[in-house]
Design a protein around this ligand. Sequence first.
Ligand SMILES: *Cc1c(COP(=O)(O)O)cnc(C)c1O
Length: 361
Amino acid sequence: MTTATTTHRQHFASDNYAGMCPNAARWFQQANGSGHEPAYGEDRWTQRVSDALRELFQTDCDVYFVFNGTAANSLALASLCQSYHSVICTSVAHVETDECGGPEFFSNGSKLMLTEASSAAGKLGKLTPDAVEQLVTKRSDIHYPKPKVVSLTQATELGTVYTVEEVRAIAAIAKRRHLKLHMDGARFANAVATLGCHPSDITWRAGVDVLCFGGTKNGLPVGEAVVFFDRDLSEDFAYRVKQAGQLASKMRFISAPWLGLLEDDTWLLNARHANAMATRLHTAIKAVPGVEVLHPPEANAVFAKLPAAAATALRAEGWRFYEFIAGGGCRFMCAWDTPEAAVDAFAADIRSACAAALTGR
Ligand SMILES: *Cc1c(COP(=O)(O)O)cnc(C)c1O
């Protein structure tokens, strides 16, 4: 067992603990090497990445870049809502639990209306068409915040993944009820890697209007793309971005690294690796006495309950992980750069910490 808190170079708290991947770093350097460039997104790099994203999704979408996922979600939702509207999402949605009221703030008060995240096997952490339908049809009077948007997270906060059919089913009810469909894709890459589908199959082809495409957790230094498949909805979005303080003047340093992700399917390779490391960790700890895996990983996170003393011991050994996420238990998140050796070392420490906790030593 290791003892010093500084010995681990690798952690399992979040995929945003990782640095930038080599491909992203290379394009970051190239953007720097191009000398002076027009500011505020008028540069050649931003143009190139926007075109590359249109090519990736095989459709003529509108693309914007912001610094982080909270801004991406908040501003995207604000663009879909009037202040008297509401957004349907689960009670564990990042927009509800981890954005400090950003979506409500930027929309001037649009209310988030929560469904319980499904606890059914196979639907864990997800919205279901029935739950959406229930909220929409509950009331139709003027005193009820008018439902306008459905927001789903792909992959979900519980590390599960909506199938293509599930996204389509949510989109179908949204369409029937005249709701827009927003996707929080902070871990969109991990979901696509799991499903093995084309990225358009779980976005515009399924009925998603706006995607917040996460790059940070996939290997970028910073920056998320807001992708409007329904281009009418992006009217004046640039002003929103600017007003919110999210318009990077040297935008090329956010956009150019995206070229590194998109080149040679690096985004998918990064995601596949992170997912594989979660599977490896799950396999290594699922039968360890004292460990109760809450559900098998579908993307890059493992959720498990450990004896309290074991969690404390692991922390004392310097491992970092979260315990407050979504359904409870410990969340072990793998990243694009998590080495097999780190997974194995962590699993070994979990095993001995649990053994010690169970025998009271
Ligand atoms: C990380 C994350 C975000 C973005 O968070 P920021 O810290 O604002 O970049 C959004 N949604 C989900 C589900 C996330 O996990």
